[in-house]
Design a protein around this ligand. Structure first.
Ligand code: ADP
Ligand code: MG
Length: 227
């Protein structure tokens, strides 16, 4: 068996709330293989973002292990963990966070340039990914010249530029109308499968469940399989 992209074991996350404490994740276990797309559904406040933040090494859980490609992230030092995240995890958010003064191809290429790849190589790869996203004719458009769905597809291409093993997406279509959501979601799942990545995608849109290999929800701090 190949190494899973993500393994969560016994994740507990508590937040202080007033005088008391709120347990949002109460012993979550989840393993995602490369090539697998897992949906995370559930009402607002159920803990989807908390789970994604733990998986993305953005917040240290109170308890449990987060393993990315066989590396136990919280056993590493800060530098090692930052490198683990930068090299292996791509993030997609509800808002695209594209740089307004850069065109599509440069927005997508930027994380590769930051990672030290050659300019020509980064731009060639950015062009390829935008092609897969159906945006070959939008390479030199700035974000303001793109539709919401196109902006989000640029953000997805950007998340993939450093060939992450794992894509974490938090309500990636939360800002889009239903038809555009379907197009963007199909593009995201196509790209994840084509590149052999794993994905964990929070959404409240059950229509999108058909693109997932598994659908889970957070229910009173526990992960429950829905499909
Ligand atoms: P979801 O993404 O499913 O809407 P979240 O993971 O954002 O849920 O939040 C789950 C619960 O944890 C919510 O009740 C929220 O208010 C609480 N919560 C999230 N972050 C914090 C925080 N930093 N401090 C206190 N409570 C928080
Ligand atoms: Mg959320």
């Amino acid at each position: 068996m190949t190494t899973p992209a993500l393994r969560l074991e016994g994740i507990r996350r508590r937040y202080k709330s007033g005088a008391g404490e709120l347990t949002v994740l109460d012993g979550v276990d989840l393993t995602i293989a490369r090539g697998e797309i897992v949906g995370l559904i559930g009402p607002s406040g159920s803990g989807k973002s908390s789970l994604l933040h733990a998986a993305g090494l953005l917040e240290r859980p109170n308890e449990g292990h987060v393993t990315i490609l066989d590396q136990d992230a919280w056993e590493m030092n800060d530098e090692g963990r930052t490198a683990l995240r930068r090299n292996n995890i791509g993030f997609v958010y509800q808002f695209h966070h594209l740089l307004p003064e850069f065109d599509a191809i440069h927005n997508v290429a930027l994380p590769a340039l930051i990672a030290g790849r050659k300019r020509k190589e980064a731009l060639t790869e950015a062009e390829r990914l935008l092609g897969v996203m159906g945006l070959s004719s939008r390479l030199h458009h700035q974000p303001a010249q793109l539709s919401g769905g196109e902006q989000q597809r640029v953000a997805i291409a950007r998340a993939m530029i450093n060939k992450p093993a794992l894509i974490l997406a938090d309500e990636p279509t939360g800002n889009l109308d239903p038809d555009t959501s379907t197009v963007v979601f199909a593009a995201l799942s196509d790209l994840v499968r084509k590149e052999g990545a794993a994905a964990l995608i929070a959404t409240h849109n059950m229509e999108l469940a058909k693109y997932m290999d598994r659908v889970m929800s957070v229910d009173h701090g526990k992960l429950v399989q829905r499909q």
